[in-house]
Design a protein around this ligand. Structure first.
Ligand code: GGG
Length: 341
């Protein structure tokens, strides 16, 4: 029996994770769940963000289902760095997998695009880059204040993310990998990524490759997203690109992700791309589809492709039946998905 750790987190995290669990239970009953009270409420109550004892317990689970992290009453970074990024780093979840597809019934703000015409996956490197936390502040709160934020890039880290992207492309019909970076300006890190990409590409002569600068990729994602199949990029570029990809495929409320440790020696984590959305928290109007699809990715990761497929089909039917502009209720969407899956 698989053991799932649930971290609902902050804001709409609790609302959408309730629905994700409802749907997972409908297609794959019998998982053992442990709920972890982590996030803003615990921080205010105890001053703790992610105690070592909790990390030790999480390590014993097969997967983590996470809702959202972040709260306006907590100083910026305390929860994002101390909880979300710490989980990704400690469990070495170096593949931040973010699929984007234009579902039937979903309207893209891009004119003329038909369902299925966007079907891409971003492999965002998840443990390095500007998110590594290197840097510091000098002369704080003085006119001479200086801040540095350093991007950490290792050949090992870039290469393993790139290898994962090629492995995924090999199992997709279009068999194409696009490296996105900024090699003409960020010559140190960009050069490392380009060399790693060339080395891995040489092992896969059957896979089409291309390189794009981040600014061009951001533009093409909104003018010609059909050109992408698998995109591999660093942590920050991947974070930004996947929000753009979400926006052109029906919105962040549909965007799922997996923070994956492909070695399976440590638990992988599945979470909607969206954050805690304090503006709509508690109103019961958040779209749980991103969390539910993250649950489908969790099922797939645990080897239950059949259950994952049922969830994905239920989501497709749900989205096809929606009336554009109609208000949705989080729990009602979850109920429908659970009964249709
Ligand atoms: N469910 C994901 C979440 O809570 N995201 C908030 C956030 O700070 N994300 C940064 C990131 O994904 O790197």
């Amino acid at each position: 029996m698989s053991r799932i750790a649930v971290i609902a987190g902050d804001g709409i995290g609790t609302e959408v994770i309730t629905e994700a669990r409802k749907v997972i239970d409908a297609v794959a009953p019998g998982f053992e769940y442990t709920e972890y009270d982590l996030g803003a409420a615990r921080y205010h109550r105890t001053g703790e963000v992610l105690p070592d004892s909790v990390l030790d317990e999480l390590a014993g689970h097969d997967a983590i289902l996470l809702g959202a992290v972040g709260d306006p009453t907590v100083p910026p970074g305390v929860l994002e760095r101390g909880l979300l990024l710490k989980l990704r780093f400690v469990f070495d979840q170096y593949v931040n997998l973010r699929p984007s597809r234009l579902w039937p019934g979903t309207t893209s703000p891009l004119a003329g695009l038909k369902p299925g015409e966007i079907d891409l996956v971003v492999v965002r490197e998840g443990t390095e880059g500007l998110y590594a936390g290197a840097g510091g502040v000098l002369h704080r709160d003085t006119p001479a204040e200086i801040a540095t934020e350093e991007s950490l890039n290792t050949r090992h880290g870039a290469e393993r993310a790139i290898r994962d992207a090629f492995a995924r492309a090999a199992n997709r019909p279009r068999r194409k990998v696009t490296l996105v970076h900024k090699t003409n300006v960020l010559t140190h890190a960009g050069g490392l990524w380009a060399r790693a990409f060339q080395a891995v590409a040489a092992e896969h002569p059957d896979i089409e490759t291309e390189y794009q600068h981040i600014d061009a990729a951001a533009m093409f994602l909104v003018t010609n997203p059909q050109r992408y199949d698998v995109v591999v990029t660093d942590n920050l570029f991947g974070d930004i690109l996947t929000d753009i990809a979400a926006a052109v495929t029906g919105g962040i409320g549909l965007a799922a992700s997996g923070c994956i440790n492909p070695t399976r020696q440590k638990p992988s984590m599945f979470e909607p791309v969206h954050g805690s959305a304090p503006d709509i928290a508690g109103k019961g109007v958040a779209d749980p589809v991103a969390a539910v699809l993250s649950g489908a990715m969790l099922l797939e990761h645990l080897g239950n492709a059949e259950a994952a497929g049922r969830v994905t089909e239920a989501v497709a039917a749900e989205l096809a039946s929606r009336t554009p502009g109609a208000t949705l209720r989080t729990a009602e969407v979850g109920d429908r998905l659970a009964s249709n899956a």
